[in-house]
Design a protein around this ligand. Structure first.
Ligand code: IPD
Length: 272
């Protein structure tokens, strides 16, 4: 068994365990606290799930590093080195979790030498377990998945989000993009979880997904899942994807990705 096989087995077990917590708590009342603004929420369960994952991985692999959403919001440094680093969003779609909307997930990726080796996105409410390993394909509940192959924007179903910032400049860009895109595409959808939006592209249920202002933990796992499903992940202006840039565009094909990138109004948040 390779080292990565071992990391993979450990993370699968821990993510299932974390999923039980999310499933058990989703329909209970929760006290949500705010982070960067009134709509950027965190609950005690985000913090507990992140701790469960970090403690479980650290006990097996003490030299591994972590970039976690909740640790980062408490001031832990966000630094991606060449060391094996787990990038964790314990509950992606926290707003949905708070409202008991069943589109919420655990998102975790392992990056070694700045190359993503493992991605897992688990929605324990709808039992959607997305997995990918570098070079080995992408899977939903163990069955292989692949992107739609759509190449034309006019036939595309697009995932996009309002995001969790109410900065007027950011809102303006989001609304202008929604306004411009609506008449040019089949439809626009938002699940309220960047990771699940990306998994819908991997699954072939949507054709393209983009967002400005996400963080590395929202997209690290989705990136490898989309690419292993045969899709692409780029910067929304058309260049290479940069995990720490807080910008993402993933699509079923490069043609579609570049067609959308060429017409998007751009927004450049502060980097992770
Ligand atoms: C958020 C969700 C949301 C996206 C935001 C993210 P969180 O993550 O993915 O869909 O629009 O940009 O911050 O806060 O629920 O982990």
């Amino acid at each position: 068994m390779s080292d990565i096989d071992e990391y993979y087995m450990v993370v699968l077990r821990l993510v299932k365990e974390a999923g039980s917590v999310v499933r058990e708590k989703i329909n209970t009342p929760k006290d949500a606290m705010t982070k960067s603004c009134e709509v950027d929420l965190v609950t005690e369960w985000d913090q507990k799930v992140e701790k469960l994952l970090i403690d479980g991985i650290s006990s097996k692999f003490p030299d591994h590093k972590f970039i976690g959403e909740e640790g980062s919001s408490l001031g832990n440094t966000v630094e991606l080195t060449d060391a094996p680093t787990w990038i964790i969003d314990p509950i992606d779609g926290t707003m949905n979790f708070v409202h008991s909307l069943p589109h919420t997930c655990i998102s975790i990726a392992l990056v070694i030498n700045k190359v993503t080796e493992i991605g897992v996105v688990y929605n324990p409410i709808l039992e959607q377990f997305f997995t990918a390993r570098r070079g080995q394909g992408a899977f939903l509940n163990g069955a292989p998945i692949s992107v739609s192959g759509e190449k034309e924007l006019r036939k595309a179903l697009v995932m996009m989000e309002m995001g969790t910032s109410r900065d007027p400049e950011k809102m303006k860009v989001v609304l202008e993009n929604a306004n411009n895109l609506t008449p040019q595409v089949h439809g626009i959808r938002a699940l309220g979880s960047a990771a699940l939006n990306m998994c819908m592209v991997a699954l072939g249920g949507a054709d393209v997904s983009f967002e400005f202002g996400i963080h590395a933990w929202d997209v690290a796992a989705g990136d490898i899942i989309v690419r292993e499903a045969g899709g692409v992940c780029i910067d929304p202006a058309g260049g290479p994807f940069d995990l720490m840039s807080r910008r993402v565009l993933c699509a079923s094909t490069m043609e579609l990705a570049q067609e959308l990138a060429a017409i998007l109004i751009q927004y450049y948040p502060e980097r992770d």
